[in-house]
Design a protein around this ligand. Structure first.
Ligand SMILES: [Mn+2]
Length: 436
């Protein structure tokens, strides 16, 4: 007779959690939303995660650093972290974590106050802890930031004495493939050649596509902290069976979601029609999000008007007059608001034709067309890399320190270039018209 116990109840389950940033407030929330029940931020994401970890019966929760946003959020973070850790450990779930660059001062002190929290790799010394359950083992190798700035690779000169019987996993907050970074720079090759079965990384908030049997990459932020952190967010469930990693799945359950919505205006006869298009697009998105295990309570939309259209500005004005804080509520109670509206409509000019001109607008048109090439295009890649380098230089200036922004990623850099490029092109063409 087959066992009545579903397959999913066997094996060892580990929940891997990326950058949580307890204490941070998500940005660009409408005021009336900010006053509704939860905080739509890391605290609420942590609560959801704790409850579901208990329901699912995981054996351990592993945090990859930047658990707490900042030193001055000590009391709020303490209250939230302690409540969650107590709930988990009382349910027999272990909680382990490493220190990131944001919580280098505060997390070790919190760990001293909450003995149930198992801090791994204190003072930059690699440490291994084994999780045993249901006849399976996972060996978790952790390293914690010893100082706010670490310019050497934590892997340099270290040899891991791998344990037999079960996967060996690294838990590390680091800056991958950014030589010269002050946040524990590590090369992909170093990670791969360390001999571990996988790496659960913190620091970069965009999650990698992690998968069994050899996950290696960023877990990402647990919930969107600002509109740049759009798309799927949440912790990852790792299932170990027969001594190997059998599966790794993201629990997409952030209370707040930032989404990007492209609205093509090409077929528009008059600006008012755009409202119907928008509602339809939001309904489609809502249908998709309703299929998640735990849909978001609120979704902030960055709406980008696209297509070839002469109504770009008119639609922008029209939408700006609408109630952006409360655009749409689904039957399930999910709320949608407009976080930002941008127009990236192409002027009704032929970029391809313009690109053949040996003039400044022609040169700019060529660069804009380059953005439409596939990501692998080498010329496009080098343009994006150059822009990212410039943006990083700006972001690195001391006057932005307090914002603790993450470096611009290739996707947002491409959008930034497209928007500013189109605006410049419109201006150049207008000038040319004045001159003639
Ligand atoms: Mn972080």
């Amino acid at each position: 007779m087959p066992s009545s116990r579903p397959d999913s109840d066997t094996g060892l389950k580990l929940l891997a959690v990326g950058d949580l940033h307890l204490g941070r407030r998500p940005t660009r929330l409408p005021e009336d939303l900010a006053g509704m029940g939860g905080d739509f931020g890391p605290g609420q994401a942590w609560e959801r995660l704790v409850n579901r970890a208990i329901e699912e019966g995981v054996e351990a929760v592993a945090l990859a650093g930047d658990v707490v946003d900042r030193e001055d959020h000590y009391y709020e973070a303490y209250r939230q972290l302690q409540a969650g850790v107590m709930k988990l450990t009382e349910a027999g779930i272990r909680v382990l974590g490493v220190v990131g660059n944001h919580d280098v001062a505060v997390l070790p002190r919190l760990a001293d106050q909450i003995p149930e929290f198992e801090l791994l790799g204190r003072d930059g010394q690699w440490e291994c802890s084994t999780i045993h359950a249901r006849g399976e083992s996972v060996h978790l190798w952790g390293w914690s930031f010893p100082a706010p700035r670490v310019t050497d690779s934590p892997l340099a000169g270290h040899v891991f004495e791998l344990r037999p019987d079960g996967p060996n996993l690294g838990l590390l907050h680091c800056d991958r493939d950014q030589p010269g970074s002050a946040y524990a720079p590590v090369g992909s090759r170093e990670l791969e050649s360390a001999g571990l079965d996988g790496w659960l990384l913190g620091h970069i908030h965009r999650p990698d596509a992690l998968a069994a049997p050899h996950p290696n990459g960023y877990l990402g932020s647990v919930t969107g902290l600002h509109p740049g952190e759009y798309g799927d967010r949440g912790p990852w469930l790792i299932r170990v069976r027969a001594g190997r990693i059998e599966s790794m799945d993201q629990w997409i359950q952030a209370p707040l979601r930032y989404a990007r919505l492209d609205l093509d205006l090409t077929e528009l006869d008059e600006p008012e029609q755009a409202r119907g298009h928008l509602l339809e697009a939001v309904r489609d998105l809502d249908k998709r999000l309703a299929t998640l295990d735990t849909p978001p309570e609120a979704t902030g939309l960055r709406i980008r008007l696209t297509g070839r259209c002469r109504f770009g500005e008119a639609v922008l004005d029209l939408f700006s007059d609408d109630d952006r804080a409360h655009l749409f509520s689904s039957n399930g109670g999910s709320r949608y608001f407009v976080e930002q509206l941008v127009s990236a409509t192409r002027p009704e000019i032929d970029l391809e034709k313009l690109a053949r001109e040996p003039t400044p607008p022609g040169l700019l048109a060529r660069k804009l067309l380059l953005l439409d090439e596939p990501d692998e295009n080498a010329e496009r890649q080098s343009m994006i890399d150059q822009a990212r380098h410039r943006l990083r230089e700006q972001a690195g200036k001391s006057r932005w320190n307090e914002l603790s922004v993450d470096p611009p990623d290739p996707i947002s850099t491409a959008e930034y270039l497209r928007e500013s490029g189109l605006r410049l092109l419109e201006r150049l063409l207008a000038q040319r018209q004045e001159e003639t």
